[in-house]
Design a binder for this molecule. Structure first.
Ligand code: GLU
Length: 507
């Protein structure tokens, strides 16, 4: 039975790198018939942001990545919020102290600074608390048992540090990167328990992965270096035989491939890098999300699945169910994945083609209300069907199709001036007059009458068609003009043709 977890820290809005990690964990759990667990890693009190946990939970729900166990669902290994498990970490840290795999350290910040200074003076560029200095420091290795107990009784703040033996190789069999080797001499005696009584990420993460019976860890590559300490912890606890497998995901890169996509890049490049919009008073942050940009959650999932993975076929459109079917961790890429916003828009446009109109209608009504657009006189469903192939985001509907909802057209003067001449104007006037007699006012009927008149006039299609379109929409691009005319109805269509007929006085 596989058990995979997504273990975010609620330190702010979750960026899409985090969501991709959640997605891959989810896909592998579902694919293998295992469980997907949400664990909130909130032991760093200094970085805790109220509302961030809720944001993470809402984002997963919006995307349909529903955990089997987690702070909301509960489960056999509850609680799933690390701040509620501090006693467990404390016990485990003490267990390591007892077995000699860890020790208690009382060094003050000043003493630690002095130690670093001493090492720097000796020419050591990255001074660290390790085998070379631990014998000179104030800890349970250098103090007597009585002294240690007295300090603890006197409430002298202390940390618990992992005792790292130098000179050992640590081999990690990463499923994406292959064999990664670390030398324990390079590692510091990592703090496991902090002076505030909270565990560090390393201790809590390993203890929980073990207790929650996690079989596979999939996380971002920034955690690869920490894995060396994690392996040492599994060894120290005697859990090495049930240690999970590790897969470290490649970075998501900026669109130009230059470095990691950061949380600030969304604002810089004008695209979303978070799943949902959020405002936090606590960190004075207001962000946009794929939701507020008008993306379909299924399209976001599809897009993210391909950021660092591919199915090995030409097929690109996959529902979440289909992704579960085809997902194969072996096909996760080693190299960074470049964020391509146009590709995100393309995925979304594909999903828009298949949306159920009932859902669309509800959202369009909401957009219309928000923007004070009156839709009561318009056959919105028919307009939607007409514009659907041109939409990248549902949100663009009232922008692209604005001419159905107002008579105040924004004319593209430059393009119109290029085409307009008095003969064309006269033809538009004639067209307007002829259309009054068409019954029913269908695209087909309009096109028959229009084509006849155009042919008789001798005016080139390349001149008159852009003008017909501009009469109705203001611009020279858009869907079929006869469909537009039919949806606008004869009164508006005629009015707009007549207006364009006298363009010089308009423009
Ligand atoms: N709490 C870590 C994070 O914020 C978890 C890393 C891991 O999955 O081990 O990403």
């Amino acid at each position: 039975m596989t058990r995979l977890r997504f273990a975010p820290s609620p330190t702010g809005a979750l960026h899409i790198g985090g969501i991709r990690t959640a997605l891959y964990n989810y896909l592998l759990a579902r694919k293998t018939g295992g469980q997907f667990i949400l664990r909130i890693e909130d032991t760093d009190q200094t970085r805790y942001v109220p509302g961030a946990e809720d944001y993470i939970i809402r984002s997963l729900a919006w995307l349909g990545l529903n955990p089997d166990e987690g702070p909301i669902q509960g489960g056999p290994f509850a609680p799933y919020r690390q701040s509620e498990r501090t006693a467990i970490y404390h016990d485990h840290a003490m267990q390591l102290v007892k077995s000699g795999k860890a020790y208690i350290a009382f060094d003050t910040p000043e003493e630690l600074d002095l130690m670093r200074q001493r090492l720097t003076d000796k020419g050591i560029s990255t001074p660290k608390y390790d085998a070379s200095v631990r014998d000179e420091m104030v800890n349970s290795l250098t103090l007597s048992e009585d002294e240690v107990n007295r300090k603890i009784a006197d409430k002298v703040p202390y940390t618990v540090r992992l005792l790292v033996e130098p000179g050992h190789g640590i081999i990690i069999h990463d499923k994406i990167r292959g064999e990664v080797i670390f030398d324990s001499t390079e590692l510091d005696d990592k703090i496991l328990l902090k002076a505030d009584g909270f565990p560090t990420y390393h201790l809590a993460n390993v203890v929980d992965d073990h207790l929650m019976q996690i079989t596979d860890v999939i996380r971002g590559e920034e955690w690869l270096p920490s894995t060396a300490h994690h392996v040492l912890l599994y060894r120290a606890f005697g859990w090495i035989d049930t240690m999970p497998t590790f897969s470290h995901l490649p970075l998501i890169l900026k669109p130009n491939g230059q470095g990691k996509l950061s949380k600030r890049d969304g604002q810089k490049f004008g695209f979303p890098v978070f799943p949902m919009a959020w405002h936090s008073d606590h960190i004075e942050e207001s962000i946009e999300g794929f939701d507020s940009y008008g993306f379909e959650p299924a399209a976001v999932i599809n897009f993210l699945a391909f950021l660092g993975w591919n199915p090995g076929t030409e097929q690109e459109i996959f529902s979440l169910e289909q992704l579960i079917d085809v997902f194969d961790a072996e096909r996760i890429h080693k190299g960074g994945a470049r964020f391509d916003y146009d590709k995100a828009l393309w995925f979304n446009s594909q999903y828009l083609q298949h949306l159920d109109y009932a859902i669309v209608q509800e959202r369009l009504i909401q957009y219309a209300n928000n923007e004070n657009i009156s839709i009561s006189d318009v056959n919105v469903e028919a307009v939607f069907k007409l514009l659907q192939p041109r939409l990248h985001r549902l949100k663009e509907f009232f922008m692209i199709g604005y001419y159905f909802f107002t008579d105040e057209l924004k004319y593209d003067d430059t393009e119109i001036n290029k085409k307009w001449n008095p003969e064309a104007g006269a033809l538009l006037q004639k067209l307007g007059e002829a259309l009054g007699n068409i019954e029913p006012f269908t695209a087909e009927n309009i096109s028959i009458v229009a084509k006849e008149l155009i042919t008789a006039s001798g005016i080139k299609m390349g001149v008159i068609m852009p003008l017909i379109r501009a009469s109705l929409t203001g611009t020279i691009q858009g869907p079929d003009v006869y469909e537009i005319a039919s949806l606008l109805g004869s009164v508006k269509t005629i009015e707009r043709f007549v207006k364009m007929a006298g363009w010089t006085s308009v423009g």
